[in-house]
Ligand binder design. Sequence first.
Ligand SMILES: [Mg+2]
Length: 267
Amino acid sequence: MIALVDANNFYVSCERVFNPMLEGKPVVVLSNNDSCVVARSNEVKALGVKMGTPAFELRPLIQEHPIEVFSSNYALYGDLSRRVMETLGMFTPDIEVYSIDEAFLNLSGRGFQAVSQEIRRTVKKWTGIPVSIGVAATKTLAKVANYIAKQQDGIFVLREPEPVLAQLPVSEVWGIGRQLTKRLEAQGITTALQLREADIPLIKQILGVVGAECVNKNETETKNKLVWNRLAVRSCYRWIDPNGIGHHGWSGRMMDKALRMGEISRV
Ligand SMILES: [Mg+2]
């Protein structure tokens, strides 16, 4: 099973590590030129502030609520990220750092709930950063599990995907952005389960996949594949098949390279 460990409101949590007075208060972090919101505390989310909100639009809200506003401090976030990842690395050598605040851990053959609790406790104790952990059979499903963990008490082990996928908006599937969500919804595909059950040709048509598909039976199998997962996040469309296997549609250069490397075959 694969665990996705993801820091909660990472930049805000970093600011709180160095200023515990911010705990429980509404906090936002702005992008490096202070133009828009790049991180929100739960208190700010509750006020309805969306990711990417322009800073000037916050002004009326700041007059009403005691919102703490920070310019981003990437040196600080990078340093804390390294400490979080080092801590995670103590639980398994099989770790893929996916972004500044996310990592996939291979937890094969262990008591997932107990290990996740231990990871969460240790990361908080050693770094001060709260994390959520989603555990499932594939990376795509681990992302889903993490989404649920965030809404619950921070840990979710996804063993039976169907009921969960039936409730999950298609927009929450990894790699399905706003534009693709619109196109899928226009075809009546609104949940992750509907996406999974949909006809492959229809999906190709909607997602604009140009004649290739990849069925990755074991996403953690090779180094190359891990690199692919990371490089391709923008140009790769993923969905989930009935066995919980991640499918990837490649476009343009990515596909050519993948074909050359033997990662996928032409349909
Ligand atoms: Mg995060």
